[in-house]
Design a protein around this ligand. Structure first.
Ligand code: NIG
Ligand code: FE
Length: 419
């Protein structure tokens, strides 16, 4: 029998339970248990109730009594990152500060291509180490589940190297990593054929290997003038679907077209959407594809924010990801970015917290987390605050003091976690 443990009392515990996946949420739908306790058995939550009730009921089990005022929530989930990369793009960033655009820099040979060259030059071990390092930074900020994309290899072998590095990193970090194959990030400059030829090659040579080795269940594509056209993307995504991959799209970042393809390919999420307009918003609201806002990219590029308020009001869902990458979103602080988006777009507390918990879980098709309830993973974070509203009020600066991953307390705040 696994050991049981009672932890608490938490001054407030937000379960994030029973929230609909789509549409606007009133603040008062949040289920808040005061002076709450959680009984954990192994990796999972056995019970949540008032601490005193559990204390009386579970005589003789291990008790971790908390002193001080804590607000508990499900571990945060980042549904969109690119944390497996080598080098940095500080020079691009300085050029952007000096007035050059992301697209101009990419055309001049910088941008994603610059990171591809450095990532190709790195070994699988180096990439795994750096991914663990960044995942652990997110973990200590309370992000217990992290999606990670490939997309800086752009040859069959280099994409496999990235995905293997992510898989190796997942075995080391205590955060859960879920990988996505983004071989369709851009058509690499050294490819001999057209971008359509490149996609055909990846569909034929890479995706079967990814499946075979179980390196990713998701396939992503960047649909944009500077990357892939909507038409060629749809063919590629349909191929990927036939092979049993879940579909994700980098959509409507600078120009529209991507979200339409995302819905046609029945993508689980359409991410970015900074350029989405009325038609795209209506379309996304009418489907189950989850819009994922990436405020880190809006901040990094001084671009408009995703129209999150309008999406929710139209009836769409909304998750928020950090998009942590070396180019458009180098900050990698999900909570700060969610807090900024919430004020900029007037998302209330329920909508913002749902976007990085239960709705982010839905964007990754994960049913065992994002909500604190019996049977779910014991991924729990707790802020040393009096009231849950102080989380966004502090604009993301106050991080959780306590991070519990699968029932185990992570003490990475003070650990040197570079392996
Ligand atoms: O999500 N837009 C495309 N891909 C990334 C940026 C990658 C990079 O610039 O390295 C994004 O913003
Ligand atoms: Fe991205």
């Amino acid at each position: 029998m696994l050991k049981k443990k009672l932890i608490g009392p938490f001054r407030q515990l937000l379960t994030m339970d029973k929230l609909q996946i789509k549409g606007a949420l009133p603040d008062d739908v949040l289920e808040i248990i005061e002076d709450a306790g959680i009984v954990i058995e192994g990796d999972f939550i056995e019970r949540i109730d008032k601490f005193q009730v559990l204390f009386d009921e579970y005589q003789g089990i291990e008790i971790e009594k908390i002193s001080g005022s804590y607000v508990a929530l499900p571990g945060f989930i980042d549904p969109h990152t690119h944390i497996c990369w080598a080098g940095n793009r500080a020079i691009d960033y300085a050029m952007r500060l000096a007035g050059k655009s992301y697209i101009e820099i990419a055309k001049a040979g910088g941008g994603i291509w610059d990171t591809v060259i450095k990532t190709r030059a790195a070994s699988e071990q180096e990439l795994s180490n750096i991914t663990v390092y960044r995942a652990n930074q997110l973990l200590k900020d309370g992000i217990t589940t992290i999606e990670v994309k490939s997309g800086y290899g752009l040859t069959v072998d280099d994409e496999l190297k990235m995905l293997r590095a992510i898989s190796a990193a997942d075995k080391i970090t205590e955060a859960d990593l879920f990988s996505t194959c983004l071989a369709a990030h851009i058509c690499p400059k050294d490819f001999w054929g057209s971008s359509t030829d490149y996609l055909a090659m990846m569909a034929e040579q890479l995706l079967p290997k990814v499946k075979e080795e179980g390196l990713a269940n998701r396939v992503d594509i960047f649909i944009e003038d500077s990357a892939f056209s909507p038409e060629e993307a749809l063919d590629y995504l349909m191929e990927a679907r036939k092979m049993g991959f879940e579909i994700v799209v980098h959509a409507d970042q600078f120009t529209t077209g991507g979200s339409k393809i995302a819905t046609e390919a029945d993508a689980i999420s359409a991410d970015h959407l900074e350029a989405s307009e009325e038609n795209e918003i209506k379309l996304l609201a009418s489907k189950n594809t989850i819009p994922v806002a990436l405020p880190g990219a809006s901040i990094g590029l001084a671009d408009p924010f995703t129209p999150a308020r309008r999406l929710l009001d139209a009836g769409a869902s909304l998750a928020i990801g950090s998009d942590w990458n070396p180019g458009s979103a180098p900050m990698g602080d999900l909570l700060v970015q969610a807090a900024i988006l919430s004020m900029q777009q007037k998302l209330n507390t329920a909508e913002t917290l749902a976007a990085i918990t239960c709705r982010a879980a839905a964007a990754l098709d994960l049913k065992d987390r994002g909500v604190l309830k019996e049977g779910n993973l014991a991924d729990i974070i707790a802020f040393r605050l009096e009231d849950y509203r102080e989380i966004l009020y502090n604009q993301g600066r106050v991080k959780p003091e306590m991070v519990i991953k699968k029932g185990i307390k992570i003490s990475s705040r003070d650990k040197n976690i570079m392996t």
